[in-house]
Ligand binder design. Structure first.
Ligand code: NFS
Ligand code: SF4
Length: 645
């Protein structure tokens, strides 16, 4: 297969060719050798929950040994995906909360509270008294309250009573899915899906919905809010991206994974004069830090650290031969990196007790010795610089963009610094310059040409005057293609959106962070509702979500909490439920009556865009903000032709 049939990104194509030439395997090759993939797994109708099985559902045997139907089996499997996804995000949130507590309590921690304003705002939301109190006192109390959200045994999550619009809270109460506590909701999934507990797929799904909401409005939200307070809330910032940000003349350290606790400290010390001098003594010009996946997004948003690539570029980065250390923590790290790094001088370093990888060196990270360990890791990279084997092959391709948008600073960017308000955003949606907004998020997946799904979908949306917010690997794809440059507005947008972007000076695709920062999209939606004029609930807004190249269980949890928050959500690869007809009908149709959002599956990004645009126009109609006669039979040509005075 030609490299361009695997990735639409030039730098990646170059490295894929390079790997083929060197006889090195990558995810695309391994995907090919997995084909054909198991049809039962794909449809979600294989069960190995107990030892009477494994059972798989077919015409010949429509029930498992215990009598479970396809709907029961697929629902249980899906719930366990949600549990894993929610657990990953929430455990990340828990780590941040622990570090936050340590920073708040200790006198000589390597961390300190960087954003006092946000601390006070968040603490007040959590019902903590802030007036007349010291930062430290407030922070200690917030740390305790946040940590208790994970394990409390009674009541419901505080955040779900204060962040979402009241109308949304009521929807959850009526359905009985208000999240209670983060760990409890995940544990209950494991209980309910044990052999011989529930078999009613709808009742099973309720717990999936509740646990996903516990993730989005709970664990992920805590991760975002506390990270902002601890590491500083992001502010619009320029950055460079793609494999070309690696610099053959410098010591290259690539951080990969998810949590910001170690990477933020690495950023803080990597330019210390003694370390830079050490690097120079070894013949390097300096120390160059770059990121992959969501760790990259965390330090990009707050420090403008360059992003070397997204999920499917992790192997390609090592293949350049220029990475002296790849430093990983948790999640989305391919086990293949262990053996691949052995073919080069690259040291793969694992740092979390939760994640050890064959072929990696383990330097365990402890927050109470953060600076010391960060310096040690950088020294390992410097020492390793001299061990490079032969020529490096770093692609020249890079792109630039602006990241660092948040729920809070969008106020400033859209409303002007002295008139901070969501009003201009709502007004531009109401007057039709902006038709609506879309969240395009999620991973890469070798089933789709790398980045093609993200880019095709996003370009189609902004061409049709839909403002895009993006996170995770999707945001990295957009940045690499130049869609986060302010001049992208003139190049790719419809007239209305272009006008708004140019007036305000924002790109048409707003980078709002890592995957836990999808919680920012939730709170942005809450603010849009609160600003007024676009209905009482998120489900009334002209918005839609998509994950056009998803692969991770976290994406399932994210999709579920967006649907449960009232958002129409289109994903590429279908959820593994198609072998369960009733469950499929429930999640893609009937659920809309209960929650206002629903799932859709579509692999073609152009069709995905059409579906999202159709939905957005329907919502506009329902709100009565499409002027009479403005909407005839909307086809794509019509939408492209829409021009606003
Ligand atoms: Ni999200 Fe981020 Fe990327 Fe997918 Fe993995 S890095 S948490 S899961 S692959 S977007
Ligand atoms: Fe089979 Fe039922 Fe056991 Fe699943 S729980 S493996 S369907 S017997």
């Amino acid at each position: 297969m030609e490299p361009k049939e695997r990735s639409s990104d030039k730098a990646s194509q170059e490295m894929i060719a390079c790997m083929a030439q060197a006889g090195q395997q990558n995810a695309w090759d391994r995907f090919d050798s997995q084909l054909p993939q198991c049809g039962f797994g794909k449809q979600g109708i294989c069960c190995r929950i107990c030892a009477m099985g494994p059972c798989r559902i077919s015409k010949k045997s429509p029930l498992g040994v215990c009598g479970a139907t396809a709907d029961t089996i697929a629902a249980r499997n899906l719930l366990r995906m949600i549990a894993a996804g929610a657990a990953s995000h929430s455990d990340h949130g828990r780590e941040v909360a622990h570090t936050f507590k340590m920073a708040a309590e200790s006198e000589n921690s390597d961390y300190m509270i960087k954003d006092e304003l946000k601390l006070r705002e968040v603490a007040a939301r959590y019902g903590i008294k802030v007036e007349g109190r010291q930062t430290k006192e407030i922070a200690c109390e917030l740390a305790d309250v946040a940590l208790s959200e994970f394990g409390k045994q009674e009541g419901t999550l505080i955040s779900t009573q204060v962040y979402p619009p009241p109308a949304r809270q009521k929807v959850w109460q009526q359905l009985g899915v208000t999240p209670r506590s983060i760990d409890r909701d995940i544990v209950e999934i494991m209980h309910r899906t044990h052999m011989g507990v529930g078999s009613d797929y709808k009742n099973l799904m309720k717990q999936g919905i509740r646990a996903s909401l516990s993730d989005g409005w709970g664990g992920s939200l805590i991760a975002t809010e506390l990270s902002d307070i601890l590491f500083g809330a992001p502010w619009p910032i320029r950055f460079g991206t793609n494999l070309g940000v690696l610099d053959a003349k410098q010591v290259n350290i690539v951080v990969h994974g998810h949590e910001p606790t170690l990477s933020d400290i690495i950023v803080a010390v990597s330019q210390e004069p003694e370390l830079v001098q050490m690097a120079k003594d070894k013949g390097a010009e300096g120390i160059n830090l770059a990121g992959i996946c969501c760790t990259a997004n965390e330090i990009l948003m707050r420090h403008g650290i360059p992003v070397a690539g997204n999920f499917l570029q992790q192997e390609l980065a090592i293949m350049t031969g220029a990475v002296d250390v790849m430093l990983v923590d948790v999640q989305c790290i391919m086990p293949s990196l262990g053996s691949l790094s052995k073919c080069f001088h690259t040291k793969l370093i694992t740092t979390s007790p939760k994640c050890k990888i064959d072929g990696a060196e383990h330097i365990e990270f402890h927050e109470d010795k953060a600076l010391e360990i960060a310096r040690q890791i950088i020294s390992v990279a410097i020492d390793n610089y001299g061990n490079r084997k032969g020529k490096t092959s770093v692609p020249k391709t890079t792109e630039r963009g602006i990241a660092g948008f948040t729920t809070e600073n969008i106020f400033y960017n859209l409303g002007g610094r002295f008139r901070a308000s969501y009003r201009p955003l709502n007004d531009n949606v109401i007057n039709g310059r902006i038709r609506g907004a879309a969240g395009v998020v999620g991973c890469n997946n070798p089933k789709q040409v790398h980045d093609y799904g993200h880019l095709t979908l996003i370009k189609e949306l902004i061409k049709n005057n839909v403002l895009v917010v993006s996170t995770g690997c999707s945001a990295i794809a957009a940045a690499k293609a130049g869609l986060m440059r302010p001049d992208a507005a003139a190049k790719y947008c419809g007239k209305g959106l272009q006008e708004v972007c140019e007036t305000v000076g924002i790109p048409p695709v707003l980078h709002v962070g890592s995957c836990v920062d999808n919680s920012r999209i939730l709170t942005i939606l809450s603010n849009v509702v609160a600003e007024g004029g676009l209905g009482e609930d998120i489900s009334q807004l002209p918005v839609a979500g998509a994950a056009p190249e998803w692969m991770s269980e976290k994406a399932v949890s994210i999709g579920m909490y967006f649907v449960a928050s009232g958002v129409y959500t289109v994903i590429s690869e279908p959820l593994p439920i198609l072998g369960a007809p009733n469950l499929t009908r429930y999640l893609t149709e009937e659920i809309e009556q209960e929650l206002g959002g629903k799932w859709a599956f579509e692999c073609d990004p152009i069709k995905t865009a059409e579906m999202m645009l159709e939905h957005i126009e329907n919502k506009r109609d329902a709100l009565g903000i499409n002027k009479k006669g403005e909407r005839k039979l909307y086809d794509m040509a019509d939408r492209r032709a829409i021009s606003v005075e």
